[in-house]
Design a protein around this ligand. Structure first.
Ligand code: ANZ
Length: 966
């Protein structure tokens, strides 16, 4: 539609039908009701715990807590793809309000993070200033969509009132340890007490009283759920910060900025999420989440059952030591013909001899004169690779002999010890027993290094037991054990499971091994060298001991600095270390405080790292419940009301959480972890944050590119005879993301201006099933606008503006159509099938249009009510025009009369070889399979068949089934 055209049309329309539903009328209606809802506080969620009046009235009303993954307030604002999920949750929340639920729905902002900080670095604008401006802009964009949020509960993670509690939670985690026996977190003070009283002996056998303050702090640090350690971390000199594993790409670069990332030993904060591995895994079973997301979490946690086995080894100076390996195939112990340590393994230094042992194979030495030379060279080479590169299946196996031998504990064989990069330090024990006959990587390595192989599980594919003749390892676990007998123990003849059990028992008895469970999950690196994040509530004393600040000193507010950027370094200079921006503000860093520990005022240095931007989103579901509470993070009774465990939701949690599938592991795992710690410490009753998770699809957009491959503005592309032209030149079209750089952004503001928010909402919901990605098509939006125009016309006279409904009784077909629509729409809405709900509303509205006006009030009203969750503004307007003086938002959703909702039955004839044997009354929409089953179980049919075998059944649903016996 060209502009002049639509303007002319509008003028014409204004003359002939001044009360037609147009963009102008929609704009008027929408602005008016949005203001009204604001002023009236229509969406304010009453607090049923604190407010006795509400409690009395709403005691029997079920609650519904609906939540979106909150947005990062980017400077670019929203495009039409962003609100897909927000509209969906809004429709769902509105539907639930109308079906008698006490609904909590609001939206905050996840506002710490890199973009604002980078913008600050570039422009000198304080991140708070730009972030708050972005939030204001986004709020305005969202308000225009008519989202029924309780805005009084909204907050941003950068609000000191909010991060006060983020810091408070950090303190709870810091001040806790995981008691394996109790299976939960407990206050660290209780552990210190156990040490002090002797109930729990110290690992090194000393008495607690003998320990210095630093030693005590170090020992407790080994247990705390938040702890500082010198672990190897991902250091990115180009960004000037360390990164979590998840922020590093498969080829070892930073996700953001694509700079090289190095492994460096730095003192950093970590969260002991690994303590919760088993519970994070187990409790997935209690959640109503997409299987795909559960699977990703399971894989991320990566539970492996196996054993630890000790292999004796002699150090270069003759001392007896042992290397512990982790294996999932302890049954193959007799087949372990060599060992591999990760290049970073700490034992290497002590076992490398001065010279190559006599008879060392030439390929084992890598051409180096001495073992230590070989090991040093190989370690350097390995340090430059990412874990993913190192583990690539297809990669040629590299490594080098350490010059040392270990002993296979069961066969007594002398096995050479190698280092190789396919063994990772961060997994298991960083050492493996290599079983080339039954592990493909070991097989490839053994072939390359001419190492012996021993078959210990008889192949079931007929290849024989001589690995010398094989092309690959026999990794299947369905064979029987062979070549696995020693004086003390034999596994021969057992199956793999039996062999695992026997050998594990044998190892355990001798104290040289034990069954164990290993997890792929790593502790969570929790500090960043950034400005725009939550400061840690931690100070260090002169001995470098970390102290938690007392609660009364929270929040620790972000101080001002002159320069927001962390110091960055040449991207490939690995020998650098991070310098956080907060460290530059000496006045803030050095403090004199009385921590209330009886030691009076002392000098401290503040922690200058900040928390990663995942922190704020780890617990926001709790703060929406009680956003103004200045005494506690959330009142326990309020939490119990909204999130507590109940029937069908044993772990409790938000009733519906909608967001993108890209958050499958990080955010959702971190949030689950924090929630569990808070639960263990008695602060909340639920032990999972999100009961039901739903991933909405993406709104995609066409990207048009010219011959040079440059994106051209999508809005300027014309379609002619199935070809796409820009400035007369042909352009290609592919489906992609929506974004500024692809020049295909459509904003909700544009669509609201052209059609109104109700049309936009309907269009987004009608595009397809919510969990499926769909291409945006601006030209199709008008279809939903026309639906609203027809709806309007069924109630309001376009020329006079008068309501046209009448108080006559609807005819029977109309009643049937109405109740079928109500029945279907109700089910669809409850199951988030908004596209089919819209189809049913459309069908019914068309029925009314065809049946001819005026429309009886008794069908117009339920129609308006059915539309209300989807298009709330027009529904509110029509509802009021129909004479109601309270809001449609809380009006009851219509209930179908089963008498009319029942589908009229049709008669289906059942034939056998073309002869009619029975007649069935069935629903017209009966699926073929169901009809077939019904026909076959019909007594008359069974009698006629008399047990004969059936060759074929022809179903022409709903009217015919023809059975052809053999
Ligand atoms: C001997 C063996 C024989 C193995 C065999 C496999 C097959 P998942 O299932 O992923 O836990 N492994 C252990 N630690 C490793 C490390 N740090 N880096 C690389 N590989 C490591 O895999 C466990 C198996 O991966 C272990 O079992 C070990 O090889 C290897 F026929 O031990 B196995």
């Amino acid at each position: 539609m060209s502009e002049s055209n639509s303007a002319a049309e509008a003028a014409e329309g204004q003359r002939t039908a001044p009360f037609k539903y147009t963009a102008a009328l929609a704009a008027d209606i929408e602005a008016r009701w949005q203001d009204f809802w604001d002023v009236e506080g229509t969406y304010r969620v009453p607090d049923p715990v604190r407010d006795p009046a509400v409690r009395a009235k709403g005691a029997d009303r079920p609650k519904k807590y609906v939540m979106d993954m909150f947005p990062y307030p980017s400077g670019a604002g929203l495009h039409v793809g962003h609100p897909l999920g927000y509209i969906a949750t809004d429709v769902y929340a509105r539907f639930n309000r109308m079906t008698g639920h006490n609904v909590l729905h609001t939206l905050g902002f996840d506002a710490f993070g890199l973009p604002a900080e980078q913008y600050a670095v570039q422009t000198g604008t304080h991140p708070r200033v730009s972030t708050e401006a972005n939030i204001a802009n986004m709020r305005a964009q969202l308000r225009r969509l008519g989202l029924g949020h309780d805005t009084s509960r909204s907050f941003a993670t950068i609000d000191p009132d909010y991060y006060h509690w983020t810091q408070w939670i950090f303190l709870q985690i810091f001040n806790s340890w995981y008691d394996e026996e109790a299976g939960r977190a407990r206050p660290i003070a209780e552990l210190a007490e156990q040490f002090a009283s002797g109930v729990r002996p110290l690992p090194d056998g000393r008495a607690w009283a003998e320990l210095t303050a630093v030693e005590r702090a170090d020992l407790l640090g080994e247990y705390r759920l938040a702890y500082a350690s010198d672990a190897p971390v991902n250091w990115c000199p180009g960004l000037g910060t360390v990164l979590a594993n998840e922020e590093v790409t498969a080829d070892g670069r930073s996700e953001r900025g694509n700079f090289p990332v190095f492994k460096a030993k730095l003192r950093q904060w970590n969260m002991r999420i690994t303590a919760y591995a088993e519970r994070l895994l187990r409790d997935l079973d209690e959640l109503d989440w997409p299987e795909a997301i559960k699977l990703q979490q399971r894989n991320w946690i990566g539970r492996s059952e196996g054993a630890r086995v000790e292999f004796p080894v002699r150090t270069a100076d003759g001392a007896e030591r042992s290397v512990t390996v982790f294996t999932t195939r302890q049954d193959t112990l007799f087949g372990a013909t060599y060992m591999v340590l990760a290049p970073e393994h700490e034992l290497i230094e002590s076992i490398v001899p001065a010279a190559w042992p006599a008879g060392t194979h030439e390929v084992w030495t890598g051409g180096h004169a001495t073992p230590s030379e070989a090991v040093d060279a190989y370690r350097k080479q390995a340090a430059a690779k990412s874990d993913v590169e190192r583990q690539a299946e297809a990669k040629e196996k590299t490594g080098v002999f350490t010059g040392a031998y270990a002993t296979n504990p069961v066969s007594g064989a002398r096995v050479p010890v190698f280092i190789a990069d396919y063994v990772l330090m961060g997994y298991g024990t960083g050492a493996i027993m290599a079983v080339p006959a039954h592990d493909s990587r070991d097989f490839a390595f053994a072939r390359a290094f001419e190492l012996p192989m021993r078959c210990v599980v008889e192949p079931t594919d007929g290849r024989g037991t001589d690995p010398g003749t094989w092309d690959d390892a026999f990794a299947a676990q369905d064979g029987r054990l062979v070549n696995s007998a020693a004086d003390e123990v034999s596994l021969d003849g057992l199956d793999v499971a039996g062999a695992k059990e026997r050998i594990t028992g044998w190892l355990t008895e001798r104290g040289i091994g034990a069954g164990t469970v290993n997890y792929r999950l790593r502790d969570w690196l929790f500090s960043r060298q950034r400005y725009w994040g939550e400061p840690f509530p931690i100070v260090y004393d002169e001995d470098g001991i970390a102290h938690a600040l007392p609660e009364s000193m929270l929040p620790v507010e972000l101080p001002e600095v002159d320069d927001y950027s962390p110091r960055t370094f040449p991207p490939d200079d690995a020998d650098t270390s991070p310098e956080p921006p907060l460290a530059r503000n000496e006045e803030w860093v050095r403090v004199e405080l009385d921590l209330g520990d009886g030691r009076g005022r002392r000098s401290f240095r503040r922690e200058t790292n900040t928390m990663p931007n995942w922190a704020g989103s780890c617990w926001y579901e709790l703060r929406y419940l009680d956003p103004e509470n200045s005494e506690r993070l959330v009142d326990p009774e309020v939490e119990r009301y909204w999130m507590g465990p109940r029937e069908g939701q044993p772990a409790g949690g938000v009733d519906l959480y909608v967001g993108g599938a890209e958050h499958a592991v990080l955010h959702l795992l971190y949030a689950r972890f924090w929630h569990k710690v808070l639960h263990d410490l008695g602060h909340i009753s639920s032990y999972e944050p999100f009961h039901k998770l739903y991933n909405q699809g993406m709104i995609q957009a066409y990207v048009y590119r010219d011959e040079r491959g440059m994106a051209v503005p999508a809005a300027e592309v014309e379609e002619r005879d199935g070809k796409y032209l820009h400035d007369g030149e042909p352009v290609s079209r592919v489906l992609g993301k929506m974004g500024k750089s692809l020049k295909n952004t459509v904003t909700p503001d544009e669509i609201c201006a052209e059609y109104g928010a109700d049309t936009l909402r309907l269009y987004e919901m009608a595009m397809g099933p919510l969990d499926v990605s769909r291409p945006w098509d601006t030209r199709a939006v008008v279809g939903q606008h026309r639906l609203l125009q027809r709806l309007w016309r069924n109630v309001v006279d376009e020329r006079t503006g008068e309501v046209t409904v009448v108080d006559t009784e609807p005819d029977e077909p109309t009643l049937r159509a109405l109740h079928r629509a109500i029945d279907g729409v109700r089910q669809d809405m409850a199951e988030l099938r908004f596209n089919t709900a819209i189809a049913k509303v459309t069908e019914f509205n068309n029925h009314l249009t065809k049946a001819g006006r005026p429309v009886p009030r008794s069908v117009a009203e339920p129609l308006v009510l059915m539309v209300a969750p989807l298009a709330p503004h027009i529904a509110e307007e029509l509802w009021r025009r129909l004479g109601h003086d309270s809001t449609v938002v809380h009006a009851p959703f219509p209930v179908a009369d089963p008498e009319y909702a029942r589908e009229e039955a049709v008669t289906c004839v059942v034939q056998i070889k073309g002869k009619i044997k029975a007649r069935l009354e069935v629903a017209p929409s009966i699926p073929a399979a169901e009809l077939e089953e019904l026909a076959l179980s019909e007594p008359a049919v069974r009698e006629a068949l008399n047990g004969a075998e059936i060759r074929k059944v022809i179903v022409r649903e709903p009217k015919l089934v023809n059975i052809v016996p053999a």
